[in-house]
Structure formats: C-alpha cells, structure tokens
Write a protein that binds this ligand. Structure first.
Ligand SMILES: Nc1ncnc2c1ncn2[C@@H]1O[C@H](COP(=O)(O)OP(=O)(O)O)[C@@H](O)[C@H]1O
Ligand SMILES: [Mg+2]
Length: 223
C-alpha cells in the first residue's frame, strides 16, 4: 500500500487500563484493555446504575455491535473483538490521532481520498454514521489510513425502496456534508467549484439559524 502518513512516534500505545473517557449519565466508560486478541478499546456500561444497565445499555451495545459487525472487512473500520458480556463493546486499538490533531505536513490529499472512499463504502453497505462532525470520531492511523469510530448514532437500513430509501439518501448526504467540512478546513486544495457552491449554500442556511454554536463562526470561511 502506498505510504502517505508520517511515522507517528508521538502516538505511543497507552497502557492497558488507561481510561480514555469517563462521563456521567448514560455515557459508557471508555478504556484500553489487553485481550488475547491484542490491545482493545472497551466501551463499558457495566458500572452504570441498574435501570440503565437493564434497559437502554444492552440495547445500545447490541445496536452498535450489529452495525460494526456489518461493516467488518472495510479498510478503516476497527475490528470487532469478542466481549465478556452484553454491556461492553471491544474493538481493536488503532494507534493514531484524531483528524484535527494531525500536524499540517501530515495532511496529505491521499488521506482525504481514503476517508471519502471509506464513507462511500460504508454507505454502499447501507449504513449512515451520523456523528462524523465530531472530529474525535475520525482517527488517522500513522500510515495515513483513516478510521471511523463510534457507531453509537449509526443506523443500518435494510430496505432500499420507498420512504426508507429516501431517508437513507437524506442521511447519507448529511455524512457527506460533514466530510465536505473537513475538506474545506484541512484539505482546501481539493475543493471543487461545486464544493464551494455547496459550502456557500450551507453557510446561508446556517445564517438563518438563530442559535449557532459560537465555535463554528471563525471556521466558517470557505477556502
Ligand atoms: N478502536 C479505537 N482505537 C483507538 N482509539 C479509540 C478507539 N475507539 C475509541 N477510541 C477513542 O475513544 C474515544 C471515545 O470513543 P467513542 O466510541 O467515540 O465513544 P463516545 O460515544 O463516548 O464518543 C474516541 O474519540 C477515541 O479517542
Ligand atoms: Mg465519540
């Protein structure tokens, strides 16, 4: 495979047991665990209060696992590993950095092309991610291969026609518009005239929005 990244000495593998994220409420604990299949990231709902464990947690785990299972084999989808119970999801640990943490000289066009191909392949399996705007959900491995993480909001469509087909198309367009945002921000040399037109359209729509997130303003520039 063509080498497009930079060797990333800064990304040392975390020690098993390291906690990557601990949030309250319904959110799972995310930590690195050692498994017979290698280093894994575990999304764990087992310490949540019983009412959450007994209901929504199992459902969320089952849904996310099902989507991940359906996408296995695509380059850029972490391998799903066996979990000890129905309250945890384990995926192989991917050494890399989130897209917004790449040094500028590592932002090769090939990375964006692979990201686009990955999202296209996911859509071909009729899955929409729906949380690609969250920059932490796009990890770039040291060799330049992008990975999609966090399928908690993803939806798999089984039917192709009618209302289901229409809805899928709308949601897939949302995923693509998230990609366009990354193209504009990190790979502006790849923008086409059609992309710029679409970005301008988005910007006009956003201006109509009364409460826009303050963070988006400075980055609203079309390059
Ligand atoms: N397979 C993985 N390899 C490396 N890091 C991961 C992996 N899965 C998750 N992470 C890290 O853990 C963070 C949280 O995981 P994620 O599935 O996005 O949970 P949440 O639903 O809390 O956002 C990610 O943003 C990423 O930094
Ligand atoms: Mg996430």
């Amino acid at each position: 495979m063509e080498y497009v990244g930079t060797p990333d000495a800064a990304v040392a593998a975390p020690a098993p047991g390291s906690v990557l994220r601990r949030k309250g409420g319904w959110s799972p604990l995310i930590r690195v665990v050692g498994t017979p299949h290698g280093l894994a990231v575990e999304k764990d709902y087992s310490a949540k209060p019983l009412p959450i464990r007994a209901t929504v947690a199992r459902l969320l785990v089952r849904r996310e696992r099902e989507v991940l299972r359906h996408l296995q084999g695509l380059p850029g989808i972490p391998r799903l590993l066996p979990s000890p119970d129905g309250l945890r999801i384990r995926t192989e640990y991917i050494p890399g950095r989130p897209i917004h943490r790449l040094p500028p000289d590592a932002l090769r066009p090939e990375i964006y092309r692979r990201l686009e191909a990955l999202v296209r392949a996911m859509h071909a399996r009729r899955v929409v991610h729906l949380d690609l705007r969250q920059r932490k959900n796009i990890l770039i491995r040291g060799d330049g291969q992008p990975f999609l993480l966090d399928f908690a909001n993803a939806v798999r469509f089984r039917l192709t026609g009618g209302l289901s087909g229409w809805t899928f198309a709308q949601l897939a367009a949302l995923d693509r518009s998230a990609l366009l945002k990354y193209k504009n921000r990190y790979f502006p040399a790849l923008l086409t005239d059609a992309d710029r037109q679409q970005l301008r359209r988005h910007r006009r729509v956003r201006r109509l929005w009364l409460f826009k997130p303050h963070k988006s303003r400075a980055k609203d520039v079309i390059r």
